[in-house]
Design a protein. Structure first.
Length: 138
């Protein structure tokens, strides 16, 4: 539970949508660990097909808890989304990518998102070099 901690709000979001960046010090869900492992192998490659093939080869990363984003012309769009990821969560992640991640050289980030329900989201932004951004939602 997040008692005593305020979620950072973005004024452009609906009142029920908010997020706060969290640390990787806390326990990392297994799916997010699989994503991070792949991320460190491929983070700076600009070979889109290699990144997509690697993601597809990891069942946990193309399963019900993932969202794959395409990054083109300063736009972020959902390319593929797992069954467990609601439209509200996907839209909140799009807003995070647009406002905090795009054009950044930072590595993987972890957020707690409130968009109808609380969830832990690991975003792998440096696939940006290949025009891809992957998020794992738990």
């Amino acid at each position: 539970m997040l008692r005593g901690m305020a979620l950072r709000s973005n004024e452009d979001l609906l009142p029920l949508q908010s997020w706060r960046e969290t640390d990787f010090v806390d326990e990392i869900p297994a799916t997010a660990m699989a994503a991070l492992s792949l991320y460190y192998e491929l983070a700076r490659t600009d070979d889109r097909e290699a990144v997509l093939t690697a993601i597809a080869s990891q069942p946990s990363l193309s399963g019900p808890c993932h969202v794959l984003f395409g990054l083109t012309d300063n736009r972020v769009q959902v390319l593929e989304s797992g069954d467990y990821v609601s439209a509200e969560v996907a839209e909140t992640i799009v807003r995070i990518i647009e406002s905090e991640i795009t054009r950044s050289e930072d590595g993987a980030r972890r957020y707690t998102i409130s968009a109808g329900a609380l969830c832990d989201v690991t975003i792998l932004p440096l696939f940006q070099n290949a025009g891809i951004c992957l998020a794992v939602v738990v």
